[in-house]
Design a protein around this ligand. Sequence first.
Ligand SMILES: Cc1cc2nc3c(=O)[nH]c(=O)nc-3n(C[C@H](O)[C@H](O)[C@H](O)COP(=O)(O)O)c2cc1C
Length: 437
Amino acid sequence: MSKPFHLAWFLQGSSAQAWGEAWTGHIGSSWMQPELFLNMARSLERACFDYILLEDSSYVGESFGDSTEIYLKNAIAVPRQDPSVVAALMTQVTSRIGIVPTFGTYAYHPYLLARLVATLDQVSGGRIGWNAVTGSSDFAAMNFGMQGMPEHDLRYDMADEYMEVCRGLWGSWEPGALIADRKNGILVDHTKVHAVNYQGRFYSTRGPLNSGPAPQGQPVIAQAGGSPRGRKFAAAHADTIVVHAKGVEAMKAYRDDVHKHMKAQGRKPEDCKILFLINPILGETMEEAQERRKQRQAIAMEKIEERLAHFGKVTNIDFGQFDLDKPLPDHVTTNGHQANLEQFRKMANGRSIRETMASFNAVDLSIELVGTPDSVAARMGEVMQEVGGDGYLFSMPNVNRRTLAEIEDGLVPALQDRGLMRTAYEHKHFRDNLLAY
Ligand SMILES: Cc1cc2nc3c(=O)[nH]c(=O)nc-3n(C[C@H](O)[C@H](O)[C@H](O)COP(=O)(O)O)c2cc1C
């Protein structure tokens, strides 16, 4: 019997995502109301997904051609809402699935962040994760009064300390501190609530946390570090890592590397679930699926500039300044997402920016998945067996109710029939489900 794996969904914020795509109805005006996203949460819970990750950045892109135009015109990561609000709403229409909003360490004092995440964990009944990102854009930094982002590796040093502060604050309420003893009139046993008194190089706080305890004790931490320093950070703190690794060999190598870092830090590899980005393209027949893949490839070709604008947003590179029919100049580096730029360079192999972008994350992500629900389920199973685990993160460009139905009522039942996906949640809390197998 095959071993089940974990599934999660990568939502590009509660936003006008998939603007311009088919089957998105009036998303251009309806995105402010959460119905589509709440529907998604219900649908993915019926499909027994482990979690929904709500991606975020807190600025309007301006990297392409030194202008906001391409971003605003095409809804590239803008407009979007604060993920904490939609995350809270999602928790109220579900009861088992994990909800993982993204918060940047540059944007919150750790006390406020720890309190926000603990509160979300409370209202969700222990189903909150935090996608802990350091942020990467100078534009975002400027929105918070800074001149720019600290240097890439220094951001992770700061984030290491940040995590220590948060863990301390979440631990400031011992288990059993909240006794709610009506007979003796005692709500909280004050001997079990402690100050933290943390004085670090970058952050300090007093504590205890005034929100009270998080049901999970320590909420789930998600991470996506791709660079060597990022991987080390993720290996130190994450309960789940989301990663885009191209092909089975790269997937295996990434997982092995993170496991090596985890062991070096005294952690057990099975305590962190590594999920690989996929974008399955389904059809009722192989021919239909292949046709849909061709359509997606054509859309990706039409949208080269938009896709470069998005890539430039996370790498702080203005691709609008280059001749797209020439290779990316060697001197171009990034203080943003280093792993992505490295992947682009590797793929370019001397080709022009346009040619490289034609295939760079155009359709397939970690692996190609095109076919009927049954054939795609089989391939997902084969790859997972080769890689060793732990699951997949769906990153779909065309998020709409039709896509959700294809996953919930097509692909997931095919996975379940093969024993590759759970048919019911094992536990009440998010981390327990994540670590159930
Ligand atoms: C699936 C996935 C989701 C991510 N989500 C976010 C996000 O919501 N916000 C953000 O600022 N960065 C996000 N990132 C970027 C990562 O935090 C990280 O910066 C990136 O993977 C590059 O790694 P590096 O910083 O170690 O070079 C995401 C990355 C991946 C692969």
